[in-house]
Design a protein around this ligand. Structure first.
Ligand code: ADP
Length: 161
């Protein structure tokens, strides 16, 4: 049974994240999409909210588990018996940071591989922070995020006003 972990902040989950998840699901028997707490990024949605949005967005997959984690990713992966980490690569700009993380994680656990997947071209410019910014300015982000995340964004930003 090949288990992969797809970790991230997912603040909130976007169609780009879902594109990567869909590719991972075809490669592995089980994919655990797991939400990092990441307080340093000062997320708009707290960890529980991000988790709940993903749960709603990935209901259709039978081999996907949604979880949260805090702490060292390699330890979490070991606990979950995972053999791979999945990360998305959009552009060369992602590469340097992702390479550094992948090599560091390999240093910490040489049995854990990082697998990079490329999204459909239409998602290469998409990230959660752009989505948050457009939504905050009143723009339409309905083509970029699943419906639950769209509704949550609208609710959250109304509350903040
Ligand atoms: P992190 O804070 O760990 O970068 P993110 O939530 O931004 O978390 O993203 C998690 C993973 O998903 C990262 O590997 C990121 O490169 C990837 N990712 C995010 N948006 C996209 C996208 N539009 N297309 C492909 N991969 C993406």
């Amino acid at each position: 049974m090949k288990i992969a972990i797809y970790p991230g902040t997912f603040d909130p989950i976007t169609n780009g994240h879902l594109d990567i998840l869909e590719r991972a699901v075809r490669l592995f028997d089980r994919v655990i999409i797991t939400v990092a707490k990441n307080p340093s990024k000062k997320p708009l949605f707290d960890q529980e909210e991000r988790y709940t949005l993903i749960r709603a967005a990935v209901k259709r997959y039978s081999n996907v588990e949604v979880d949260t984690f805090d702490g060292l990713l390699v330890e979490y992966a070991k606990k979950k018996h995972a053999t791979a980490l999945v990360r998305g690569l959009r552009a060369i700009s992602d590469f340097e940071y992702e390479l550094q993380m992948a090599l560091m994680n390999r240093k910490l656990d040489s049995t854990l591989e990082t697998v990079f997947l490329m999204p459909n071209e239409k998602y290469t410019y998409l990230n959660s922070s752009i989505v948050r910014e457009i939504a905050r300015l009143g723009g339409d982000v309905s083509g970029f995020v699943p419906d639950v995340a769209l509704k949550a964004l609208i609710r959250k930003l109304q509350k903040k006003k």
